[in-house]
Design a binder for this molecule. Structure first.
Ligand code: S5P
Length: 285
């Protein structure tokens, strides 16, 4: 299948899931396949970075660090709505970007449904996209889908990881793709390092054309990794050579000092241009 050689516009027209369609339309409208990952502990920095990069991104990947202050499952407690989420939604409207909460759900169906719908953050009420590990098997999708599908949300499965020594490879990745195929209405794509077309199918098996979105972290223009196993590739390697759709960049953009908004905006423009050039090269072959 060569659907990724088509333009984002053409692919948006065929998408049935509202969150996937919105992402492709936003990429097209803003001519940006850049997602910024905002992993900072201070709410003030969090909002300032998003306001600075907002005009240049299709998507903001949030990781609500707040949950890490609590022990497991306490995020099922109701009635705690941080104003931060309202500010995030206001910025999403102001700058026209999709919101992806990098929650990495990985529990039994009943528990993830509670964590997704209720809990401290009520993720399903504000995040267009979220993600899950495949370790629990298909029930993690059934659980999340019972909450997210009626709201028009979409799920990404972690099929591969960017880290050195990742266990998500080979037959694990194939199983992830099979799980996604069984839940095509809710699973819109993968967090992965390459295109997943035909993964896990036999040599003579023909598949209906599938167009999973591939969102790819581990992207950097200046360094090859960090001291904790992260590995970076360039936007060109990721989008042109590996056929991925969205580059997810964190520290490459907000760098050492999350308070330097001018340099953050300049870096965002640099990555946006690199990601878009790689896309144009891919679709104009
Ligand atoms: O395989 C992965 C999956 C994810 S979601 N590798 C990753 O790095 N991520 C996330 O992407 C990670 O949790 C972090 O939020 C972001 C990469 O940040 P950076 O600062 O290294 O660009």
């Amino acid at each position: 299948s060569s659907l990724h050689l088509q333009t984002y516009t053409q692919r948006a027209l065929r998408q049935k899931n509202p969150a996937a369609k919105l992402l492709l339309e936003t990429i097209d409208r803003k001519q940006s396949n850049l997602a910024v990952s905002v992993d900072v502990a201070s709410p003030k920095d969090f909002l300032a970075i998003i306001d600075a990069v907002g005009p240049f991104v299709c998507l903001i990947k949030a990781t609500l660090l707040l949950r890490r202050l609590f022990s497991t499952h306490i995020d099922i407690i109701e009635d705690f709505t941080p104003a931060l989420l309202e500010d995030l939604q206001a910025l999403s409207t102001k700058h026209d970007f999709v919101i992806f909460e990098d929650r990495k759900f990985a529990d039994i169906g009943n528990t993830v449904a509670l964590q997704y719908s209720s809990g401290v953050h009520k993720i399903a009420s504000w995040a267009h996209l979220t993600n899950a590990h495949c370790v629990p098997g298909p029930s993690v999708i059934t659980g999340l889908s019972s909450v997210g599908l009626p709201l028009g949300r979409g799920l990404l499965l972690l099929a591969e990881m960017s880290t050195k020594g990742s266990l998500a490879s080979g037959s694990y990745t194939e199983a992830a793709v099979q799980m996604a195929r069984e839940h095509r209405d809710f699973v819109v794509g993968f967090i992965a390092q390459r295109r997943m077309d035909g993964v896990g199918t036999g040599p003579n098996e023909t598949l209906e054309e599938e167009d999973f979105l591939i969102l790819t972290p581990g992207v950097g223009l200046d360094v090859k990794g960090d001291a904790m196993g992260q590995q970076y590739r360039t936007p060109r390697e990721v989008v042109l050579e590996s056929g991925c759709d969205v580059i997810i960049v964190g520290r490459g953009i907000y760098g050492q000092d999350p308070s330097l908004v001018d340099s953050i905006a300049a870096q965002a423009i640099r990555y946006k241009e690199a990601g878009w050039a790689a896309y144009l090269a891919r679709t104009q072959i």
